[in-house]
Design a protein around this ligand. Sequence first.
Ligand SMILES: Nc1ncnc2c1ncn2[C@@H]1O[C@H](COP(=O)(O)OP(=O)(O)OP(=O)(O)O)[C@@H](O)[C@H]1O
Ligand SMILES: [Mg+2]
Length: 299
Amino acid sequence: MEKIQSAIAKARADRAATRLHDDVPAVETPVPKPSYGPPVQHSTRVASRILTTYPDQAVAAALTVRWREFPIFEPVKAHMARNHVVTFTGAPDSVHFDVMRTRLLQLMRANGWRRVAITSPGPSCGKSTLALNLAFSFGRQPNLRTLLLELDLRRPSLARLLGLRKQHHFSRVLDGSEQLHDNAVRIGTNLAIATQSGAEPQSAEMLHSPAAGTTLDAIEASYDPAIMLCDLPPVFASDDAMAIMGHMDAALIVAGAEMTTIREIDRCEREVADQTNVIGVVLNKSRYQEKDFGYDYGG
Ligand SMILES: Nc1ncnc2c1ncn2[C@@H]1O[C@H](COP(=O)(O)OP(=O)(O)OP(=O)(O)O)[C@@H](O)[C@H]1O
Ligand SMILES: [Mg+2]
């Protein structure tokens, strides 16, 4: 583990200074805005960097009503356990994700971030599993609302991992043709997950389109989540991850132990850092996980 961490640190040190992304330009091309009801006053992307205070009781009540519009879904415990989603039941392993959640939240609050991309260099490193584990861990925080969005439109998996059969198309929300609450479910009171049934053939175009950024802004403004976790595709598999990365506040990179090379992590980190803030590299599937939960969380 130490070897991996120092190799990542060395690769970082060898690089030129990373850039922060406050200067990423807002979407310029005007596109039709999907309607989600009036936005919460403080939460436009640029103007607001506050994560927890609600502007007033009326707005808070309107938000509660809006969140109730998501249909409730109750995942099956055994299905979640089979898919390594340990935080759903609060199994002992979930403590690792709770630690990650707390550190992530501190970092997000300190920087005024809300949108976190979860990506990886190559496929099958465990992004979607991590995204769900973090989502349920955040979902247990009673005073926080969490949204998890399926943004791997080419090879979506959140619906399958959740055991959700209802057909959802987050791609249609992204292009402004359908509403979020018709393509997402709520688990408990303060976690909502938007899913995608089947591959979206136009995924790259869709994620590149200005409508995608506008929709993410509209969702954030209307539902006012403290955190929006976004399950992205692998960086090297297609253009899709990088197409949407500029709309993220920060990114977590998942590496698969004995799957991903240091060179791949380094290249991936560099490419992602061109578009957003890299929070750190999570080493997943480590055989040493029991003794030393394998993640590097350095920024
Ligand atoms: N910590 C873990 N321990 C054991 N198996 C895991 C772990 N994390 C993920 N897996 C398994 O690895 C496989 C890939 O996981 P997952 O679908 O989360 O990866 P992914 O990075 O999202 O893949 P893709 O690139 O296809 O989107 C799944 O079978 C999952 O159950
Ligand atoms: Mg995945």
